[in-house]
Design a protein around this ligand. Structure first.
Ligand code: GLA
Length: 518
């Protein structure tokens, strides 16, 4: 009898368990538009498996359960190279599932609003109903347990591709257009880059980020989606404007946006891009973290580095793996020209300043052909003041970051143009020594950064991160120089009175004074 009661109870709970196998759809309104969340569930003996699909790709559900009306889903979420198990809990209510999705905690070092804007939004309760997902260019979710194995090469040092002797300059679709990019927009941006003077200032690459992919054909050749009717024609158009074309993929089976990745198709994809006339590849780790460990990363990136070499068309090789696995030490060995050093930037002072001012330790890895990439520019996207955008651009120039704009060039304001087209600041970034700038002094909320330039010149930036105007000084001894120096204010574009031993300036809150010392 003592045994029979619990048995009876659990039988009662089991008997009530509903079969919720099938496809469930939830809708969420986000600042980026309406988002569809798709839950594909299989229930067996009360255990749930399946996948959760949303804007940023598919996540396997590994260990869910349904007991009576209560459900629990254990979702393996991927976040900038980390896989975390998060628990979502819900209840079956009539024909609906009322779900409270779990979200991983914000990683330490990643700025963002208290409470975590996107995280807070994504963990709001969601109503799921049975339905059919809106057709999309995303392939079906991957069953990672059945993925064919890709052999990794033995580590070697690949021949440098000889490109990007100065930090690449250009434009990329992601910061403004996210995953909604098409041929028409890319052509219009290319036109605008010529008309606005961006091309002539050095912004040459027009880079399509995630969201261009369609499906593979029966020979395994990756096709663009219908928004890109003819990639070769697009490349010809861009080349005809004196610009170059960039593309995006992932070493994993899926990109960060859930589109087809290059896993096991490295050679064929590199050949396809070469045939289209692509000049630049951003290769984003994303779903690769579901397949490999960080320790495999060098070999994984080498695999594509080799494929690009074999494809025979020079392409700038941009490693996007959020600064993991000591990439500064091996990025150049896989023929990489740039490597990300951080999480994704957002168009806020908090995100930009947290990323920018943390670049100090990367400086030693910067040299012609190999650049640290603290992510693309947000200048002109509207989330910061012009003063903050000048600080953003100055920092990226000082650390010899690639200058990849991310705004809508077609409607660039004169204020944005004045920042992005400041040739004297660009010249600091493009200096042929390729030295990465670094912090040389810090007092409270002010920082002084120095970048060595060709012909014994020095760029100095006086930053004020605080909320009130501050006087910032730099002593020549700190710069390792002595005697009278010519000074040029690069934002005011004027020569200052030469100084003997130090320079001081009043710097506005969140602002910068940037100098060239000759
Ligand atoms: C990652 C990258 C971004 C962008 C998106 C596209 O988040 O870090 O720069 O490429 O993927 O999905």
């Amino acid at each position: 009898m003592r045994v029979a009661i619990p048995l009876l109870l659990s039988f009662a709970a089991f008997a009530q368990t509903r079969d919720i196998s099938g496809t469930w759809i939830g809708k969420r309104t986000t600042p980026m538009g309406e988002m569809e969340l798709v839950y594909r569930l299989q229930v067996r003996d009360g255990k749930i498996t399946g996948s959760q699909s949303m804007m940023m790709g598919d996540q396997p559900i590994t260990d869910g359960k349904v007991v009576g009306d209560e459900i629990e889903l254990i979702v393996q979420m991927e976040f900038f190279g980390d896989i975390q198990k998060v628990v979502s809990k819900g209840k079956i209510v009539g024909e609906e599932i009322h779900l409270t999705p779990g979200m991983p905690p914000r990683p330490p070092g990643m700025g963002g609003p208290p409470g975590g804007g996107m995280r807070a939004m994504m963990s709001q309760p969601l109503i799921l109903r049975r339905g059919t997902p809106t057709p999309s260019n995303r392939p079906a979710p991957v069953d990672y347990s059945k993925l064919p194995k890709v052999e990794l090469p033995a580590i070697e040092t690949l021949k440098p591709n000889g490109l990007a002797k100065t930090p690449p300059m250009g434009w990329n679709s992601y910061n403004k257009f996210r995953l909604q990019i098409d041929d028409k927009t890319v052509r219009e941006i290319a036109d605008a880059m010529v008309k606005s003077g961006m091309r002539d200032a050095g912004y040459i690459y027009v880079n399509i980020d995630d969201g261009w992919q369609g499906k593979r054909d029966d020979k395994g050749v990756l096709q663009p989606n219908p928004g890109f009717p003819d990639m070769k024609a697009l490349a010809d158009y861009v080349h005809g404007k004196g610009l170059k074309l960039g593309i995006y993929s992932s070493p994993g089976p899926r990109t960060c946006g859930g589109f087809e990745g290059s896993y096991g198709h490295e050679d064929i994809d590199a050949k396809t891009w070469a045939a289209w006339g692509v000049d630049y590849l951003k290769y984003d780790w994303c779903s690769a973290s579901r397949v490999w460990k960080d320790g495999d990363m060098q070999a994984v990136y080498q695999r594509m580095g080799k494929a690009l070499e074999k494809a025979g068309r020079p392409m700038v090789y941009s490693l996007c793996q959020y600064g993991r696995a000591g990439v500064g030490d091996w990025g150049s060995k896989v023929a990489g020209n740039l490597w990300r050093t951080t999480f994704d930037i957002r168009d806020t002072w908090q995100s930009m300043s947290q990323i920018g001012f943390s670049q100090h330790d990367w400086a030693k890895h910067s040299k012609p052909g190999n650049w640290n990439d603290p992510d693309m520019l947000e200048v002109g996207n509207g989330g910061m003041t012009d003063t903050e955008y000048r600080t953003h651009f100055a920092l990226w120039a000082m650390v010899a970051s690639p200058l990849i704009a991310g705004h809508d060039v077609r409607s660039m304001s004169p204020e944005t143009a004045a920042i992005l087209l400041n040739r004297e600041v660009i010249a600091v970034n493009q200096d042929k020594l390729g030295a990465g700038g670094a912090r040389i002094a810090q007092t409270g909320e002010t920082e002084v950064w120095k970048k060595a330039l060709d012909k014994n010149a020095i760029a100095v930036a006086l930053f004020n991160k605080g909320e009130a105007e501050a006087e910032v000084s730099v002593d020549w001894s700190l710069l390792g120089i002595s005697g009278k120096r010519k000074l040029r204010d690069l934002w005011a574009k004027k020569d200052l009175t030469p100084a003997e031993s130090k320079f001081s300036a009043k710097v506005p809150p969140h602002g910068v004074v940037m100098l060239r010392l000759q």
